[in-house]
Design a protein around this ligand. Sequence first.
Ligand SMILES: C[S@@+](CC[C@H](N)C(=O)[O-])C[C@H]1O[C@@H](n2cnc3c(N)ncnc32)[C@H](O)[C@@H]1O
Length: 275
Amino acid sequence: MPMPPRSTPKLAVLIDSDDPGRVVDARTLAHDFGHPVHSISETPADIDVALAVTANRLELRVLRGDKALVGGHGTASDLSALDTTSGPGRSLSQPLLKAVGIKRRNPYRPAVLDATAGLGEDAWVLASVGCAVTACERNPITHALLADGLCRAMNIDPDTAARINLTPGDGVSYMDSIAGLSPAERPDVVYLDPMFPTGRKTAERKAMRVLRLISGDDADADRLLEAALRTATHRVVVKRPRLAPPLAGPPPAVTHKGKSLRFDVYPVSLNHEQL
Ligand SMILES: C[S@@+](CC[C@H](N)C(=O)[O-])C[C@H]1O[C@@H](n2cnc3c(N)ncnc32)[C@H](O)[C@@H]1O
């Protein structure tokens, strides 16, 4: 079971728009999530984290607590703003692409299950090069942020957005639900990026630290690897901080290192009867 955040923050939905349609959206989200809804001008002082419904997007705002996270721009899923083509963008995504098995001048594009989708950035990088991606996110607020980001990205890069199939709920349950399918119907690659382990200095971005406030530390991450190894037909890829131990289970066969991150690769060999 997912571990609750260390000290559960007080959450609310905030209406930050005069558009009557957005007010309805905010009320619907608040009802679905079981959180109170307030207009921005009447935000109670004890709210720690707010899901703000603005005129054009959903964003998470930290109102109290860790000073490094309070204020500034809200955290949103901003997929079409990701640089996936120029020099820095390409080098940033390169270890991920290598890890899932994509090679220069080779048209192979695996079907990927991203079982820990978060704000969808890695899913977007994979979809931008042509992979069909199924993306599972279990935290309902993060799922709403990602659904909103994907909807906005659809207007800007519809081809990439259409390759991502967003599925709410737990990645392990999803993998269990497709366990009976033939290998041809299962994902080639299962990609895992649970929250980085705490207690060590990692280059965790502000957006991930904000998500951690609402979704906790993903202390159950090891069960993802076990399910992924049963589900993928080619390989499992796990993103980790460069110096963190791998997830519990068999050791990775190969590791692709970036500056502060690494991608652990676990090849999967199917029994002959399964092929
Ligand atoms: C570090 S973030 C992933 C970031 C993502 N790779 C990106 O590019 O935006 C981890 C996310 O995985 C989600 N998560 C963790 N375990 C999960 C599970 N078993 N099923 C679905 N989502 C899970 C958490 O709720 C969190 O949003």
